[in-house]
Design a protein around this ligand. Structure first.
Ligand code: OAD
Length: 247
């Protein structure tokens, strides 16, 4: 593994550490990614399942897919990758974790400085009046309907063509601009604006570490590419860091 003293020295000197995660960090919890050969988009059409037009065309199809994913997320447990990021939050003063994942596993692991860029599969809201539901809907043959206005309820996730929550995006750009170390973990770096964050950090002089068993379009820009699963790489980084600090 390419974890060495250069990275540890960067971590020792860092004032602000930023992390961006994607579906790959939850793969070792048994959840599917999107763009791997066994990922969702190899089987399903994202325009049908992850867009407002797709939802309006067939809301039950979309709800069934999210319901199934929610059941899988409930059955899954955070893995050593998620837990390592919780430990890093304890070890480093200014540590901020941004995720594209909607599976709730970072929160369940115990991450607190956590920003969900693409929403959360366990929340939903009315398409018509916007009222929020912390749902426990069981989806069989009906789309959930709003108690207040009778509108269709939708999952509170960001679909293709939709804006990310502006408050979270603002914070993400702010941290990308000021961090000294940036980790991009388990993401193919294909979906913007999330994929732009490490480029911003790099432009501002941050040291960028990519953790991904496979190369991505971001890899040539990374200062260090660790080609191992997230759980192994993060465990090793923490181990070495603690060894050097004698803790
Ligand atoms: P992708 O499926 O595009 O990428 C997952 C990445 O994880 C790939 O580059 C894999 O090589 C890597 N990977 C696989 N196993 C890994 C492991 N054990 N450790 C580390 N990395 C591993 O998923 P995202 O980049 O998260 O949006 O996709 C971004 C967005 O596109 C998602 O939020 C979703 C999707 O369409 C919407 O649904 C709107």
């Amino acid at each position: 593994m390419s974890v060495d003293i250069t990275l540890i020295n960067k971590l020792l000197a860092a004032q602000n550490i930023m992390v961006l995660t994607g579906a790959g960090i939850s793969k070792e919890s048994g959840l599917s990614t999107f763009r791997d050969s066994d990922g969702y988009w190899a089987q399903y059409d994202p325009t049908k399942l992850a867009s407002l037009d797709g939802f309006l065309a067939d809301p039950l199809l979309v709800w069934k897919w999210y319901y199934e994913r929610k059941q899988k997320a409930i059955a899954a447990n955070p893995n050593a990758g998620h837990l390592s990021l919780v430990e890093m939050e304890r070890l480093f003063k200014n540590f901020h974790l941004f995720t594209q994942n909607v599976d709730n596993l970072h929160r369940r692991a115990g991450s607190v400085n956590l920003y969900e860029l693409h929403g959360n599969i366990f929340h939903s809201h009315c398409l018509n009046c916007g009222i929020k539901y912390n749902d426990d809907f069981v989806i069989t043959d009906k789309v959930p309907i709003c108690d207040i206005c009778g509108g269709m309820i939708r999952p509170s996730v960001v679909w293709f063509g939709e804006q990310l929550p502006s408050d979270i995006l603002k914070v993400a750009f702010e941290y990308a601009n000021k961090c000294d170390v940036f980790f991009t973990i388990g993401t193919s770096s294909e979906v913007y604006p999330a994929a732009q964050l490490p480029f911003i950090a790099k432009d501002k002089g941050a040291f960028i570490i990519e953790i991904n068993p496979n190369p991505t379009s971001f890899s040539p820009t990374a200062d260090l590419s660790i080609r191992n699963p997230a759980s192994e790489a993060l465990t090793e980084i923490i181990h070495l860091y603690k060894q050097v600090r004698g803790i």
